[in-house]
Design a protein around this ligand. Structure first.
Ligand code: PMP
Length: 449
């Protein structure tokens, strides 16, 4: 690839973003009392010199304060997989908050039992508890796993992401041993004291680490989704389950992103048998929500322990977790929006998206790969598709990524920052997908001739 040409095109698209979005730029410049000028520092992860500011969002469309409309394939990096403000969730939230009143009264509502039963139907684990973020669902699941097993360590895959969970910020270093993930902010201790790490798709390395006998739980996504999509090879997930059972380690499946695989995530789609499932983001239809489900056996082990303070200040729980508004939103999302039928449609659209990307790649004979997990598709700048997180991390190309993101955004398409990822929601159309296919091809032609 001609890097000079890439730099020229990137500069052109950056200038075009500045020209198109003066109000967004002014809003950013006027936000000096925000740490990093943004509501959350990660919002600075955007192609271009400033983020576009949100005006409205409905279904698969968002508009910015400069008056531009976008087809949204980012969907809040999965938080809006149900589409933006879907009608059933809007109604349920309005009813709970405005008509009945009471978002946070420290009293349960009947919706929670419905949601627990539905999550059991979808994922398998029988005993559910709620959080407001997937990070917290993971943190509390980890504490429960430590309590149940009496072991100190958590094992994750290299280049995983499970939220800002201290134990998960570990990667396989150049010498093959665990080391802190680069950039880790204010780690409470050396991460190797709390964690072990293995490459995804590497059962030998996993067994070597589990054999130490100090791992309470493996916390993993059934397919990595935060370093591109890295799919499991045949037999890998069965091997993980067999090894965790052999070494007395619990298995936690984080389905926060892999929910894209179907109504019960990869756990249901691939008949997996984790001890715990954690999930968040999309299940609230845009309202903060998270959940963790325990197997009946694990729940009984924990509830039978008088030494564990599961009620007051023992370290599991949050005041607003499971609040009436969050639970009403989960019920509406699961009952009416992210239904079995919706997933079937979204997955078909995602196949069409994948085919469009592949056609663009093939037309230029590029050594890139594209991977799909149900409603979610992502491409990487390497071929064949990476087998591990570290392989996938090595294939990143931030300038190329910025060019593609900016080219598309300037023409009305949003991809997910941090990813070359496109997600389908129930409101996405074939026309939306084809619009992307056309613009992706055009961006490549400008770059490669
Ligand atoms: N688990 C996975 C697999 C995720 O991708 C993320 C966020 N991208 C999280 C957990 C954390 O979610 P949140 O930031 O909403 O807590």
């Amino acid at each position: 690839m001609d890097r000079t040409r890439l730099h020229r095109l990137l500069a052109r698209e950056s200038a075009e973003a500045e020209r198109r979005n003066p109000r967004s730029r002014a809003a950013y410049e006027g936000a000096g009392n925000l740490f990093g000028r943004v509501p959350m520092t990660w919002m600075n992860k955007t192609a271009g010199a400033f983020p576009r500011y949100l005006a409205t969002a409905r279904g698969a469309r968002v508009t910015d304060i400069d008056g531009h409309e976008y087809i949204d394939f980012c969907l809040g990096d999965t938080g809006a997989m149900a589409g933006h403000s879907p009608a059933p969730v809007t109604e349920a939230v309005q009813r709970r908050f405005a008509e009945l009143g009471g978002a946070t009264a420290m009293l349960p509502t009947e919706d929670a039992a419905w949601v627990g039963a539905e999550l059991t139907r979808r994922f398998g684990p029988t005993h559910w508890s709620f959080a407001l973020t997937a990070t917290d669902a993971n943190r509390w699941a980890i504490r429960l796993a430590r309590a149940a097993t009496g072991r100190p360590k958590i094992l994750v895959n290299s280049y995983c992401y499970h939220g800002s969970v201290d134990e998960s910020l570990i990667v396989v270093g150049p010498d093959g041993r665990g080391t802190a993930r680069p950039g880790n902010v204010g780690a409470p201790c050396d991460v190797t004291l709390t964690s072990r790490v293995a490459e995804f798709n590497d059962l030998e390395q996993l067994e070597r680490e589990l054999a130490h006998g100090d791992v309470a739980a493996v916390l993993m996504e059934p397919a990595l989704t935060n370093i591109g999509i890295v799919l499991p090879e045949a037999g890998y997930l069965a091997g993980v389950r067999a090894l965790t059972r052999r070494y007395g380690t619990l298995l936690i499946n984080d389905e926060t992103h892999t929910l894209s695989a179907g109504p019960g995530g990869c756990t249901a789609a691939w008949d997996l048998e984790p001890d715990v499932v954690t999930v968040g983001k999309a299940i609230g239809g845009g309202i903060p929500a998270g959940a963790y489900g325990l197997s009946a056996d694990l729940a009984a082990r924990l509830l039978g322990r008088p030494d564990l303070d599961l009620v007051d200040m023992g370290g599991v729980g949050g005041t607003l977790a499971g609040n009436a508004l969050s639970v009403a939103a989960m019920r509406a999302t699961l009952e009416h929006v992210l239904t079995d039928e919706a997933f079937a449609r979204m997955s078909k659209l995602s196949e069409r998206f994948e085919a469009g990307v592949r056609a663009g790649i093939d037309a230029h004979g590029l050594p890139w790969s594209v991977s799909r997990l149900g409603a979610r598709t992502e491409y990487r700048f390497t071929s064949p598709a990476p087998r591990t997180g570290s392989e996938s991390a090595a294939a990143s190309d931030p300038e190329l990524e910025d060019y593609l993101h900016l080219y598309l955004a300037n023409r009305g398409i949003l991809l997910t920052p941090f990813h070359n990822m496109a997600l389908m929601c129930p409101d996405t159309t074939e026309q939306d997908v084809d619009t992307h296919t056309g613009l992706f091809a055009a961006a490549l032609t400008e770059l490669l001739g």
